[in-house]
Design a protein around this ligand. Structure first.
Ligand SMILES: [Zn+2]
Length: 117
């Protein structure tokens, strides 16, 4: 296994860990605010903090996912790292994203792959 492949797998594992930690922290803070606190101001502050942590974690996880490996076009096989905007707003199921290939222009569901070739 070459170094780039190991690095990509590590980034994807880190993405999963960051996602799980962020969602767990959000749920813990949110339900603590809703179930344990009676003061509306404290509830609001805790929910705002939970939301900031969740958004930060999701953004960081997306950053890791984008940099790990490549997306492969189903039509021409071109492998590339998408720009931020299409990556961020593309429909997705897991790590599979609906993207336009920069090589042939085909829009398709593209899989995340580890290897450049
Ligand atoms: Zn293509």
């Amino acid at each position: 296994m070459n170094r780039e492949r190991e690095y990509a797998k590590l980034l994807l594992a880190a993405e999963t860990a960051v996602g799980i930690i962020s969602v767990t922290a959000f749920c813990a803070l949110f339900f603590t605010a809703v179930l344990c606190l009676t003061d509306v101001v404290r509830q609001s502050v805790l929910i705002a903090l939970a939301t900031i942590l969740l958004l930060g974690g999701v953004f960081f996880a997306l950053r890791l996912e984008r940099l790990a490996g490549y997306y492969a076009c189903k039509r021409c096989g071109h492998r590339y790292i998408p720009d931020w905007k299409p990556f961020l707003f593309a429909m997705h199921v897991g790590r599979k994203r609906y993207l336009r290939c920069p090589n042939c222009g085909e829009i398709s569901w593209q899989d995340k792959v580890i290897d450049a070739k």
